[in-house]
Design a protein around this ligand. Sequence first.
Ligand SMILES: *[C@@H]1O[C@H](CO)[C@@H](O)[C@H](O)[C@H]1NC(C)=O
Ligand SMILES: *[C@@H]1O[C@H](CO)[C@@H](O)[C@H](O)[C@H]1NC(C)=O
Length: 358
Amino acid sequence: MGGPVMLLIVMAQVLLLLLVGLTLAWVCQGQSLVPGVIIFGDSVVDVGNNNHRLTLVKADFPPYGRDFIHHTPTGRFCNGKLATDFTVENLGFTSYPPAYLSEQARGKNLLSGVNFGSGASGYLESTSILYNVISLDQQLRNYKDYRSKVERIAGRTNATALFTGSIYVVTTGTSDYVQNYYINPLLNRAYNPDQFADLLVQRFNTFIEVLYNMGARRIGVTSLPPLGCLPAAVTLFGGGSNDCVARLNDDAIVFNKKLNAAGRALKKSHPKLKLVILDIYKPLLDLIRHPENNGFFEARKACCGTGIIETSFLCNAGSPGTCANATGYVFWDSFHPTEAANQVLSDALFIQGIDLIS
Ligand SMILES: *[C@@H]1O[C@H](CO)[C@@H](O)[C@H](O)[C@H]1NC(C)=O
Ligand SMILES: *[C@@H]1O[C@H](CO)[C@@H](O)[C@H](O)[C@H]1NC(C)=O
């Protein structure tokens, strides 16, 4: 019993070492493993697009960013780096894809990818409308706009190489549940969780088809996290308990199963498509259940404020109780992991996504 499992673990470790070595070798030559990274999604990946929107869902003020480069808030919903920042570093880039709506998103800066992510957006148009943020459909329209800019700057041939070779990351869905379905009686009366998951997966399918038809060939899509363990979800939906809300986690599991099945079907109908569903559910749940295994000590309360409810504008420089050192916390605010947790998650996702760089 132990033999094959041990062998697998050892092989995985050897593979990881090889990859790290490979990455370092490339990085030393100043080269990246892929020409670019193009990012779509919600606050888990937003690096400042919402700064340019009239919305309450923002993170461009302290204490957000206090452990980031130059200790400045950027719009990232984190004290420091996002999981995708670590991924971009692991791929050998020396800068992060700029927020598409930012000043930095111009000229040469566009030639190694860009970030369209917008906090509180989801698979559903209605989720983004609630918060006046950039819907996934609008993110796709921005991507089309981006493509013509790159073609003008780098020429058609170079542009096509970038669009085809880049890794596309898609991280969304959490807001569809936590900031829409669970609080919107119209939605939760119209759909049971199974039907709601079907609705989202339909949108996922369309999104991937459109990307594929424009030339994307390496796409990584993250699954839903354990929704019921997000500190705000425990507070809002836990009925006074301090434990993860099982009903919400079950919904995430149902969605993730359907997402994986849809991913398999898409790969079958598009043999040239490298599509990986990156499981974030288990690595995050492991961190929450056994924080001490990775050097963490707090997984229920977030660092910012009281840690049980604050996010976005509620997490601000005046929030009483914000922790002095976020390193031992899994959550930075009541929805979003700390930089330290993001690093652990990014490592887990990188191993799962190896297929995308082969
Ligand atoms: C395309 O890329 C090549 C190699 O990097 C570069 O030499 C060339 O100038 C680029 N073409 C345009 C139109 O920018
Ligand atoms: C924060 O805590 C970690 C250990 O949890 C420690 O290694 C680090 O030095 C601390 N950082 C600061 C600024 O105190």
